[in-house]
Design a protein around this ligand. Sequence first.
Ligand code: SF4
Ligand code: SF4
Length: 209
Amino acid sequence: MNDELELSRAFVVELEDIYEKLQQEYEQVAEELDFSCSGCPDNCCDSYFLHHTYAEWAYLWIGVKQLDTAARGRLIERAKKYLSRCEKALAAGERPQVMCPLNEGGLCTLYRYRLLVCRTHGVPAVLKRPDGKRLNFPGCFRCQEIVEARADKGSGAVNRTPMLVRLARLENELLGNKRDSYPRVKMTIAQMLVQGPPTLGRPHCDKRS
Ligand code: SF4
Ligand code: SF4
């Protein structure tokens, strides 16, 4: 059994609310630091990001399905090229730096459906892991320069913990409260595009040999 995993309206509402709350926190910290991406010579859409939830994968595909057949075909072709370039870089022991297949002319073509990492990169952030360890993210190189130049070294940071706890809860519910029984997601956006929408087989614990 390999049924497509689709988000019900309630899951979409919850995920969009998580994104919105993160966005609000992001904007608050960005405003405090007088930081924006405007005029940046870089474009973070070529960063090698991996994504970790079926929920976001399914949400991305809500956007992909709104593209017409030709646009979707072009997107999948770009995603395949992206993967081939990443494979070469990884085989050479390098971290890939390839423009995301969703980026056209510097802009995200599925902006509304972009993933959490795309929404959080930039300003400083903190995260408390379930084991209690606190992780600090200093923000992008440009934001770090701004923080460094400030007399107070910028005290603000987005607290990602509550939103990631909500996302983990949503993911678990989406997987029938059997999150640990399914294969972990660790994929680039290009892999999510080439593989198609997420599907679920039986959880590991239900499989018979
Ligand atoms: S997040 Fe930072 S490095 Fe990336 S585009 Fe914005 S300003 Fe530039
Ligand atoms: S999904 Fe959009 S915002 Fe995220 S890396 Fe791709 S083009 Fe950039």
